[in-house]
Write a protein that binds this ligand. Structure first.
Ligand SMILES: *Cc1c(COP(=O)(O)O)cnc(C)c1O
Length: 393
């Protein structure tokens, strides 16, 4: 796959999404990668079986289907290697388990995805790993938190639900100087809008469940690594015993083909609605990195190639009653977790677990995932929500 992939580096991302990871002529010319359901791989004789240099040894270790998806992600992320795991959350827990041991210290950005915090505060605590959360606005101050035993710096940009921006190159550099592995949850941007390894981050994590899958019908995660971290990461994956199921890997490959087109549509509609929300009297603030009014806007512009379709806004006043009235009046936006699919979703964000990146004081925070529906229909739906708040008096 290496020469294949190397050749394709000359192409732009949209082209690579369509062609990376799989050569049809390696499989009878069929344009899509085969879906290989497998555990056992047979060897022709005992001597061959004893060797360990086979492309395929056992289903858990990989198949032509998982290879095709890993190859595509390596290409998109500029990675030395990628592992696949059964969920985005497993793509967080597996690398943390790979690089942390009893007695270690782990620095985690406070605006991190909630279940990441739960993993750190439960399983890692039980393992004897100390997690310390830092303010996403800490900047150079991160250097002061590094200890002798700091082994991991875990980043997420933008922050979950509140979209705080960080200086990724600065933080990855501080981690490296201190001998720690840096990891970033890159789910929001996808490799199209951010390539973290180019900024010196060691590991780029994705919930493939979101935009790469794109259709709310699968769960999968990936971790793409640079040359220094790939082997321990792969070893941990095999020690734990997780990989991707063939059908979900295939659906993700299928999703990647259209991801650029979908993302540009999500991006355009979300930005348009975000600007419109800024003009509404019911809205105190819109938390969207591509808005010049957003505090992290300059950092976003300097590091990202685009903004995806997930953002939040803060209601002007009110509490749960107003948030519920807004959400219950929506007819197109569904009330549901996850995002990155074709359909619009809304929910009220819970920020009660934050230490530094606190809930805005003005009112409840509503998160929107802007799907692929007609934008005027979506705008009218949001207006329905605002009318319902108004009707509360
Ligand atoms: C959804 C999500 C995950 C977890 O992905 P699952 O596949 O749902 O486990 C991780 N990080 C972020 C930022 C997410 O939004």
């Amino acid at each position: 796959m290496s020469t294949e992939t190397d050749d394709k580096h000359q192409f732009r991302p949209a082209t690579r999404l369509v062609h990376a990871g799989y050569d049809p002529h390696e499989y009878h010319g069929f344009v899509n990668a085969p879906v290989v359901h497998a555990s056992t791989v047979l060897f022709p004789d005992a001597a061959t079986m004893r060797r360990r240099d086979h492309s395929y040894l056992y289903g858990l270790r990989g198949t032509p289907t998982t290879d095709a998806l890993e190859g595509a992600l390596n290409d998109l992320e500029g990675a030395a290697g990628t592992i696949l795991v059964p969920s985005g959350l497993a793509a967080i827990s597996v690398p943390l388990l790979a690089f942390l041991s009893h007695g270690d210290h782990c620095l985690v950005v406070d605006s991190v995805y909630g279940p990441t915090r739960l993993f750190c505060d439960t399983l890692l605590t039980r393992m004897g790993v100390e997690t310390e959360y830092f303010d996403p606005a800490i900047g150079e101050g991160l250097r002061g938190l590094m200890r002798e035993n700091t082994r991991v710096v875990f980043l997420e940009a933008p922050g979950s639900n509140t979209f705080e921006m960080i200086d990724i190159r600065l933080m990855a550099g501080i981690a490296r100087e201190g001998g720690a592995v840096s990891m970033i949850d890159n789910t929001w941007a996808t490799p199209l809008f951010l390539r973290p390894l180019d900024f010196g981050v060691d590991l780029s994590i994705h919930a493939l469940t979101k935009y790469p899958g794109g259709h709310s019908d699968l769960m999968l995660g990936s971790v793409s690594a640079n040359a220094a971290t790939y082997k321990p990461l792969r070893d941990a994956q095999m020690q734990i015993g997780v990989n991707a199921a063939p059908d979900d890997a295939y659906l993700t490959l299928r999703g990647l083909k259209t991801m650029e087109v979908r993302l540009r549509a999500h991006e355009r509609a979300a930005f348009d609605l975000a600007r419109w929300l800024e003009t509404r009297p019911e809205v105190a603030r819109v938390l969207h990195p591509a808005l010049p009014s957003f505090p992290g806007h300059d950092l976003w512009k300097a590091q990202f190639n685009g903004a995806s379709g997930l953002f939040s806004f803060v209601l002007q006043g009110g509490g749960r009653e107003q948030a519920d009235a807004f959400l219950d009046a929506l007819r197109i936006f569904g009330l549901g977790y996850s995002w990155g699919g074709y359909e619009s979703l809304a929910l009220q964000v819970d920020l009660s677990d934050r230490r530094f990146a606190k809930a805005p004081p003005e009112g409840p925070v509503i998160r929107l995932q802007i799907g692929l529906e007609d934008i005027e229909d979506l705008r009218k739906d949001l207006e329905r929500g605002f009318s319902a708040i108004g009707a509360l008096g």
